[in-house]
Design a protein around this ligand. Sequence first.
Ligand code: NAD
Length: 472
Amino acid sequence: MKNSKVSIAVVGSGYVGLVAAACFAEIGHHVTCVDNDEGKIATLRDGGVPIHEEYLPQLLDKHRGERIEFTSDLGSAARQAQLIFIAVGTPQGKTGSADLSYVDAVASEIARSIQDYTVIVEKSTVPVYTNEWIRRVIARNGVSPELFDVASNPEFLREGTAVADFLHADRIVVGADSDRARELMRQVYEPLTSGSYYRVAGAVPGPHHESAPVPLLETSTKAAELIKHASNAFLAMKISFINVVSNICEAVGADVEHVAQGMGTDKRIGPRFLNAGIGYGGSCFPKDVAACRYVAEQIGVDFNLLAEVEKINAEQKVRFFQKVRSALWTFRGKRIAALGLAFKGGTDDIRESPALDIIQHLLHEGCTISVYDPAAMERTADIIPASDNMHYVDDPYEAAKDADALLILTDWEEFRHLDLEKMRKAMRYPIVVDGRNMYEPSKMAEHGYTYLSVGREGTYQPRELLADRKIP
Ligand code: NAD
């Protein structure tokens, strides 16, 4: 790799900040990772990794103490950095707007530390005009406009594949309004945009290589801010769209998987994010759709489409819950096996997870839950502690033991490969309600299950009385 090392501070060591910091170190830069959570910093210094992400432990081990260090002292990190990436949370506020108080706090503190020219980069997902606010906050603190620029560099990584996504991004978007800022940002990403990173021995594998590097898209700061919000809103819309189509499929007896395949093979549409299920969740889509809608409202643009997207998403969980009820009739005293807690497979992130919503509802109705998730049980136990009604178990078969029904709530890859015979024998009744369409209905029927999924006809075992009559 060309030696164009820059000195970077990343503020916020969560899913985005920590991955970005590890990847910046991996492509040759010196990085200081900042967080105001002292416990997290201590864990990171001691060699721990607070989140579940493929390749992250290896990258941190490789660069810890040399190219990457950890601190809770934002001031000193900011003084030494040429670029400061802000990667703190931007949760949903009461009105649906993004709560930018963490960004504001960080910007004020940065302002008190700047000595030489510094680029402050929005890595967090923020509404349009946030760059103007950051600029204003820093200027208010007496920093001369000559000494800083604000740029936007939205992050598109997906939890579960975050490191590979970062180092093999579809594109890197840099919004900057000055040549100085643009030039520094080009230097940061040069190993990826020139392709030099991909010829280094041990480079994280992915779709890009030396002769097909990552494209760089340079825009204004405002356009970059909008690209991120519009992208997430669009993807959420795609999910809600197929979910409504799945409801039509259920009503007319068509298979949504066939419909999605037929739609997705059209290059203009594409197959991804056309998976019918129990709705989107996670730390991004719900809040970003709400924030995007709020911004549109504030500037007088009618974007009611997004209100529909949210409504459909909420209804999808209710429909699933009703499906479980249709399989069980009553809930009180029923034993339910739940597979999955994370908002999607491959991560331990449970923020806004539809799985948690459904489990909490079932607990409220008096069910006993036995749950298994490969990575998210510890985090969930902080919110729903283990009790007589809530059991965290070590594998799917233990969860299935004596269950009246089993629910698949997260699309973990390992849930596609269950030993269906072993699981059926463990269950009290072989009823599976699959919120992620992970099995072929015909295969489940062959294995003796009553199987209900999303947007496809249910298959019922003969002993499921009256199954072919609709009971409301
Ligand atoms: P996170 O909650 O995992 O991490 C945020 C971190 O910031 C936490 O460790 C917190 O302690 C720290 N923090 C908060 N205030 C601070 C302060 N004043 N000083 C120092 N540290 C502080 O959040 P995340 O998932 O990494 O998301 C961060 C941003 O990136 C959000 O805007 C999010 O929308 C966006 N984003 C997230 C993803 C994703 O998949 N998680 C993807 C793209 C973009």
